[in-house]
Ligand binder design. Structure first.
Ligand code: ZN
Length: 300
């Protein structure tokens, strides 16, 4: 307020401001309240997470796990049993970041204190760097899912694939302020039709990946959220997923990498996530992020 003005002038200015404010009120509520609410929820979740005592964490002195750069990353599933025989579930989210889905998923993961892995697409990360930073600072693993996610371009040659991958690594490093681990998921997986049609290309790419110290991960369970033409009922996808997880566990599988997506085109993924997490917890399964030393889940 300008206190150098005479009092009547100040009053009139105040009234004008009040009128303007009144006029803008509904607009402000419409546009800013949801944003403030979402931000408050995310910040509250982060504060809660960062202040909750940690019962165990994977980075112990002398551990062979790679060093993770920040303190929040030390947080892990609080239900991790000392018993290392527990079935391990690795939730992975592809094709993000997205403006709504990634935030909704982060919120749920924070609520349940579940660490996960996000296979990030570079050109989308450039559009939403804050969400990539938030994902990283929330203790999740940021991994590489190519810069362009353009099958034609990335599978044009082994050199083209590596160039795109390394460019994405640079983009992500710039956003995060540190280099993410050399963990990738092939666009469409290592059994992508472009690679199945050209096994020599796949072998050339795999040789270059090995030389660069990269690890790639496919999946052995799926949220089944890449659907079109129909809308699932609430928990329909989640129930199918946990049934497939239980079936594999019954047959002796101990490490399950779950494919899901954090894109706005797949709004049912965050809706079904709590049911999946609760079911797995009830069964005593534990949630882990992927690291360079995680067991191989590779199709080809
Ligand atoms: Zn993808």
């Amino acid at each position: 307020m300008d206190t150098t003005q005479p009092l009547p002038l100040r009053k009139r200015a105040h009234k004008r401001r009040r009128r303007r404010k009144h006029h803008l009120g509904p607009l402000i509520i419409l546009f800013f309240v949801p944003i403030v609410l979402v931000s408050a929820v995310v910040i509250a979740a982060l504060v809660l997470w960062s202040t909750t005592p940690v019962t165990s964490h994977p980075i112990l002195p002398g551990s062979s796990e790679p060093q993770i750069h920040n303190a929040l990353a030390l947080l892990t599933d609080p239900n991790v049993a000392e018993d290392s025989n527990a079935v391990r579930i690795y939730l992975t989210f592809d094709d993000g970041p997205s403006a709504t889905s990634t935030l909704a998923i982060l919120d749920i993961l924070a609520q349940y204190r579940v660490p996960a892995t996000f296979f990030v697409v570079g050109y989308l990360a450039e559009q939403l760097p804050d969400i990539v930073q938030l994902t990283d600072q929330s203790g999740h693993v940021i991994a590489n899912h190519s810069y362009s996610h353009d099958y034609e371009a990335v599978y044009a040659s082994a050199e083209a694939f590596m160039q795109d991958l390394e460019y994405n690594e640079q983009v992500l490093s710039g956003i995060l302020g540190h280099t993410p681990p050399r963990i990738l998921r092939f666009p469409a997986g290592s059994a992508a039709s472009q690679l199945d049609n050209d096994p020599a290309l796949r072998e050339a790419i795999k040789a270059m990946l090995a030389q660069g110290g990269w690890r790639y991960f496919d999946w052995n369970a799926s949220m089944g959220d890449s659907i079109s033409g129909w809308e699932p009922q609430l928990n329909e996808l989640g129930d199918a997923l946990v049934a497939s997880i239980d079936e594999q566990v019954a047959s002796g599988v101990t490490d399950i990498v779950v494919l899901a997506h954090d894109t706005d085109a797949k709004p049912w993924t965050p809706l079904d996530l709590p049911g999946v997490i609760e079911h797995c917890r009830q069964r005593g399964y534990v949630f882990k992020p992927l690291t360079l030393t995680s067991p191989a889940i590779e199709y080809r």
